[in-house]
Design a protein around this ligand. Structure first.
Ligand SMILES: [Zn+2]
Length: 286
């Protein structure tokens, strides 16, 4: 399934050289058949834009304070509306920005874990969805959703019955997605921690992916060896804040990723991470 890491590394290097040659590498129109993914450097929070020529998805929306930076990036990429906002779980660093983003960029549909955390930020989100009349869907393992005409997204988590009694039930019931684009697979792991990973592994789901969006800012309680053996990523993307007080990403997680043969890119060092797939391979322009 995965391309040999060396071949991928060569493609990454070529992409970086082409990007440098084009001086600035301004985003252009997305060709039919291509998929573009932008993991935003917005500090210790998560937001990812997924685009094809005919659809725009947002996965998570950062903190409330991240909204202006996210809206600027959406504007720069010509995003006028979002076909779907996936909110992986109800922590403020994942759902905080969506109402403010939605003020300027209409959100057509929302998919989230539905996990009832009962926090103020979740209540305000639920009220907003109701008030705006945004179609809402609760994510469940086994769902398959189409992104535009060319990309299929599998929902791998959460299960029908929420996990309870874990260190963080909100994190362990995160929405986990696997993007299928041609032969390319991209796994987005929410903030799943070790309990959630173990249950997901036991579910027998196909987790294989060329690209892994690492869970929970690369904290040590996620991304186990066993999990990586099943995913077999060539490329790992981590969203973490510069000099964050949590020590994310953790040295243990980075070591496990290295041992698994994944090349790691992180927003705290590399800034915005922009990845493009043509359905047969991926290239990354840091
Ligand atoms: Zn979380």
């Amino acid at each position: 399934m995965s391309p040999p890491p060396r071949a991928l590394a060569i493609r990454l290097l070529l992409a970086a050289l082409v990007c440098a040659a084009l001086a600035g590498c301004a985003p252009d129109r997305i060709q039919p058949g291509h998929l573009r993914l932008l993991l935003m450097d917005i500090g210790e929070a998560d937001c990812m834009l997924i685009q094809t020529h005919d659809a725009n998805w947002l996965v998570d929306s950062g903190e409330t304070t991240s909204a202006p930076a996210i809206r600027r990036r959406l504007r720069e990429r010509g995003v006028r509306s979002l076909d779907m906002a996936v909110l992986t779980h109800p922590h403020s660093d994942h759902i905080g920005g969506i109402r403010e983003i939605g003020r300027g960029v209409p959100v057509r549909q929302i998919l989230d874990s539905g996990f009832p955390l009962g926090s103020g930020v979740q209540r305000r989100l639920t009220d907003w969805i109701r008030r705006e009349g945004i179609p809402y869907r609760r994510a469940r393992a086994g769902q398959v959703v189409q992104l535009g005409s060319e990309v299929t997204i599998e929902v791998l988590w959460p299960p029908d019955q929420y996990m309870r009694g874990t260190e963080s039930d909100a994190n362990n019931n995160s929405v986990v997605l696997r993007i299928r684009h041609g032969t390319v697979r991209i796994l987005i792991a929410g903030d799943l921690q070790s309990d959630g990973e173990a249950r997901l592994l036991a579910s027998g789901a196909d987790l294989t992916a060329h690209v892994l969006k690492v869970a929970h800012q690369g904290s040590s309680d996620s991304t186990s060896e066993e999990f990586l053996r099943r995913v077999r990523p060539s490329l790992a993307l981590i969203a973490a804040g510069r000099h964050n007080s949590y020590g994310h990403p953790s040295p243990e997680t980075l070591e496990r990723l290295e041992r698994a043969g994944a090349e790691v890119f992180r927003t705290d060092r590399d800034g915005d991470l922009s990845l493009e797939s043509d359905g047969a391979g991926v290239s990354l322009s840091p």
